[in-house]
Design a protein around this ligand. Structure first.
Ligand SMILES: [Zn+2]
Length: 410
């Protein structure tokens, strides 16, 4: 309890002192600001094995573990439920830190955002975007929508979200879930103006979906999938960039015109994956911060995944291990090592480490920022949040990197 109060006082103090000061945020490099921009630490980055919801604030992090929101103080890395209710057990809906079943949390400029689905008796009744004050004492609905957004982010004071509006079947008068119009809308988080349509996917209709929404600077990036409108034999798969200043939409492609997807942010540039191969390895491209001037960057073996934290790039083989474990329960597969190689933005190798224990083999850990990797989960003792300290880079040399606990319920 004491810890919680101290954390809250700390947050309040820093929030008050820190209002409008960019210098708290030492990651800001002129392109990208953790505090106001769409955060890198997005669980969707790790799909299909995402198991972590962490978002970064000026003084530390917020993490979601089993429906309870925790504040992790950045210098001590100790987590406490974001709740100052006396005698609260922090384990049910009466707890201030309770946010229910949500997919993602985003910290932005003093608030933690999340999306709740409203419903009674499992009947879907729309979605509410919520914001919680940094100390957890206040919750407020930002926006209610009757739809179920497929993806959403908070970027530079605005909420951006993708929705599917199903077409109505002429015969039955009911929604036809195979056909939809897809939109991206924006809404200011201070509610100062109306919902605005920023994009309509005119090209697709059957099985239509917009996904992988992210934003850097003035650009919104997303994926388009579906069958072509008026000709549903033709598949449309595109990675698009919408410039928020002039509303132009361009397809992001490799120099040879092939589709590429992403992006991830790394030290002033954007990294895109591609379906192209070179010497049997998968090719990644880098572009400038606006997604222009693509060049070959790095290539990886099958089953290796690339993630970035803004400063470092990681080559991680957890996908290979996950797939191998799903396909066969073979001892030779289970003995394979989980390794993660660390590179800087010039592709100099910084370090390499293993995650050691069997249970860590297939975990997707979130790169968060240049200070910590994080993971939230549940073991026999209950919920836990652990982290790896990146200040140890340079000394790991392929050895097992020991995790440290920010929280373990008892
Ligand atoms: Zn509580």
């Amino acid at each position: 309890m004491k810890k919680a109060l101290i954390s809250i006082i700390l947050i309040l103090t820093v929030t008050l002192i820190g209002c409008g000061c960019n210098d708290i945020n030492n990651e800001y490099d002129g392109h990208y600001n953790y505090i106001t921009d769409c955060q890198l630490a997005k669980a969707a980055l790790l799909q299909p094995f995402a198991k972590c919801n962490v978002t970064k604030c000026e003084t530390g992090y917020y993490a979601l573990a089993s429906k309870i929101l925790y504040y992790i103080e950045g210098s001590t890395m100790q987590a406490t439920p974001l709740c100052n209710k006396p005698n609260c057990m922090h384990n049910d809906e009466s707890c201030n830190a309770y946010v229910g079943v949500v997919d993602d949390i985003f910290y932005s400029d003093g608030y933690i955002y999340y999306m709740e689905s409203a419903g009674v008796d499992h009947e879907f009744e729309g979605s509410s975007f919520m914001k919680m004050s940094a100390d957890g004492s206040q919750k407020e609905e930002v926006l209610y929508t009757e739809y179920s957004p497929d993806d959403w982010i908070v970027h530079k004071g605005k909420l951006y979200y993708c929705v599917k509006k199903y077409l109505v079947d002429d015969n039955t008068g009911l929604d036809d879930i195979n056909y939809a119009d897809c939109y991206i809308y924006s809404y200011p988080t201070d509610k100062s103006s109306d919902v605005n349509e920023v994009y309509f996917a005119e090209e697709i209709e059957k099985n239509a979906q917009i996904s992988s929404l992210t934003a850097y600077g003035d650009n919104l990036y997303f994926h388009l999938y579906g069958m072509k409108r008026y000709n549903d034999k033709i598949e449309v798969v595109k990675s698009l960039k919408l410039n928020l200043s002039d509303s132009t939409v361009t397809e992001t492609v490799s120099p040879s015109g092939e589709q590429i997807s992403g992006p991830m942010y790394l030290d002033g540039m954007l990294i895109f994956s591609s379906g192209e191969e070179e010497d049997g390895k998968h090719l990644y491209y880098k572009t400038d911060f606006d997604g222009n001037n693509p060049e070959k960057f790095i290539s990886t073996y099958d089953g290796e995944n690339i993630i970035c934290d803004g400063k470092y790039l990681y080559v991680d083989n957890y996908i290979a291990l996950n797939l191998a474990n799903h396909i066969e329960n073979d001892d030779s597969v289970n003995k394979k090592e989980r390794y993660i190689k660390v590179y800087d933005s010039d592709l100099n190798k910084v370090d390499e480490f293993s995650l050691g224990s069997d249970s860590a083999k297939t975990w997707s850990i979130l790169p968060v920022d240049d200070k910590v990797f994080m993971f939230c989960g549940k073991n026999n003792d209950g919920e836990f949040i652990f982290y790896y300290d990146k200040s140890e880079f340079g000394s790991l040399n392929g050895t097992v990197w020991d995790k440290e606990f920010a929280y373990q319920s008892k």
